[in-house]
Design a protein around this ligand. Structure first.
Ligand code: ADP
Ligand code: MG
Length: 257
């Protein structure tokens, strides 16, 4: 689904990411951990193609095609969707209009999707204007449900979201990843694991989202490099108990051995 080859990214004159190699296969969900300011959002922005992230070297392949030089809208049409960390308010553009634009001609029953995300009463409000943290995330997911991307990039989907809303956010993510959506509740784990085709890359600090969306592989980003990969739950536990530096250390020692 996605392959990054020796990707180095700068913002202005400052190099943020160094030689990133990453492969996400069809149906896989990967999770990205890492301390603040280490370059996680930069990575997602670069994959989506936001112009402020300058590619110094390396390639981005999506579904086998080199998309390194394609603009954002072309990447979106090919099937990459993103939920950024702090989505802006768009005064004068209603959630309904935005969701219809995101559908890009695909069949999408906006009213039905809005009902699933408990956003029926939000459809005629301006995008994100006066929305709470959880409402913003649900509205972003509604747009992504209409877009139906094959690769879903999520930047801290649970930040600013209360526990009840996280379940709804998780259910929305499972809907987009086509892993079952039973009303407000996520489908049973076995059902969610079956028939996977769509892929995801999720940045999370707390790991709360992983209770609803099972991930296959986790990576730690440290100082702009992908330092190590492993089992998401084990890594989350290790980071919680020992901190990021410890996790990197075991990789450093592996390299020395
Ligand atoms: P993370 O998502 O891991 O917290 P980011 O990708 O948002 O990290 O940021 C990586 C680094 O890039 C940070 O040190 C941040 O300060 C820096 N950065 C972000 N925007 C700019 C900018 N416009 N100019 C210079 N540095 C920037
Ligand atoms: Mg970030």
């Amino acid at each position: 689904m996605l392959k990054l080859e020796n990707l180095s990214i700068a913002i202005g004159d400052k190099q943020i990411l160094h030689d990133i190699n990453l492969e996400i296969k069809d149906g896989e969900v990967h999770v990205l951990f890492g301390p603040n300011g280490t370059g996680k959002s930069t990575l997602i922005g670069a994959i989506m193609g936001f112009s402020r992230f300058k590619i110094l070297s390396g390639k981005i392949y999506f579904k086998g095609e080199d998309v390194t030089d394609l603009p954002v809208d072309e990447r979106a049409r090919r099937g990459i969707g993103v939920m950024i960390q702090r989505p802006p308010t768009v005064k004068g553009l209603s959630v309904r209009q935005m969701t219809e634009i995101c559908a890009g001609g695909k069949a999408a029953d906006v009213a039905k999707l809005a009902e699933k995300m408990h956003l029926t009463n939000f459809l005629d409000r301006s995008v994100n204007e006066g929305f709470s943290g959880g409402e913003i995330k649900r509205s972003e997911l509604l747009q992504l449900m209409a877009q139906q991307p094959d690769l879903l990039l999520l930047d801290e989907p649970e930040s600013g979201v209360d526990l009840e809303n996280i379940a709804l956010v998780g259910a929305g993510v499972n809907h987009i990843l086509e892993r079952g959506f039973d009303g407000d509740q996520p489908a049973p784990l076995a059902k969610r694991r079956a028939g996977r085709k769509k892929s995801g890359l999720i940045i999370t600090h707390t790991g709360h989202i992983l209770r609803y969306v099972p991930a296959d592989v986790a990576h730690i980003m440290y100082n702009g490099s992908l330092s190590c990969s492993g089992n998401p739950q084990e890594m989350l536990e290790c980071i919680g108990n020992e901190g990021y530096e410890h996790c990197i250390q075991c990789r450093v020692q592996e390299a020395k051995a």
